[in-house]
Design a protein around this ligand. Structure first.
Ligand code: HEM
Length: 163
């Protein structure tokens, strides 16, 4: 009885030592194993929003919103941290995001119209930033949520136009 018990404790300790997910972040596991991991940490989320904004800034169809309408590039690190907090609350269940996301985008829309085409470009880059780096359930949740929020924002923008 004692032997079995000791054996199973050893097995658990061994599995903790050899399980890379317990000690490595997803990006490092990908580099070591070549296998894409799911989004699991705020570091993972930072990687996604960082890659995503590189894509937005590089695409001249949408970049002026982030450089001229709202000059995000001047306070990019601060902005990326806000995005991490937002996605961390939504996907990892942490707290800390209290802003009114729809109102923020309605305010942007008043300065420069956020068209259906711009939302499509935004979503394409967002999905690519996820799919190029991670794979799994949380990735699907993030993409679904972005699509849903995009739809809600576009409905609110259409209502704002009518007023
Ligand atoms: C046409 C598509 C979009 C454009 C051009 C756009 C542009 C922007 C801009 C310029 C800001 C900064 C606003 C400011 O600091 O005053 C912002 C913030 C943000 N956007 Fe978008 N956005 C789009 C769609 C979306 C969608 C679909 C989501 C869904 C997740 C989203 C999530 C966020 C978040 C989380 C912030 C940070 C808000 C905060 O400061 O609290 N955006 N966006």
């Amino acid at each position: 009885m004692k032997l079995t018990c000791n054996f199973s404790i050893k097995k658990i300790v061994l599995s903790i030592k050899t399980n890379p997910f317990r000690v490595q972040n997803s990006e490092r596991v990908f580099k070591i194993t070549g296998k894409m991991q799911d989004v699991q940490t705020q570091e993972d989320l930072y990687k996604i929003v960082d890659e995503f904004y590189k894509k937005l800034f590089a695409d001249e169809r949408i970049s002026s919103i982030f450089t001229e309408v709202i000059p995000i590039h001047e306070k990019l690190e601060e902005h990326l941290q806000i995005l991490v907090t937002f996605w961390s609350q939504a996907i990892l269940g942490t707290g800390g995001y209290f802003n009114n996301l729809t109102q923020i985008h309605l305010d942007v829309n008043l300065k420069s119209h956020l068209s259906k085409e711009l939302f499509e470009i935004w979503l394409t880059h967002f999905e690519a930033a996820i799919d190029e780096n991670f794979k799994g359930f949380n990735c699907e949740r993030m993409k679904n949520m972005a699509h849903n929020l995009s739809t809600i924002m576009q409905i609110k923008i259409a209502q704002q136009k009518e007023q």
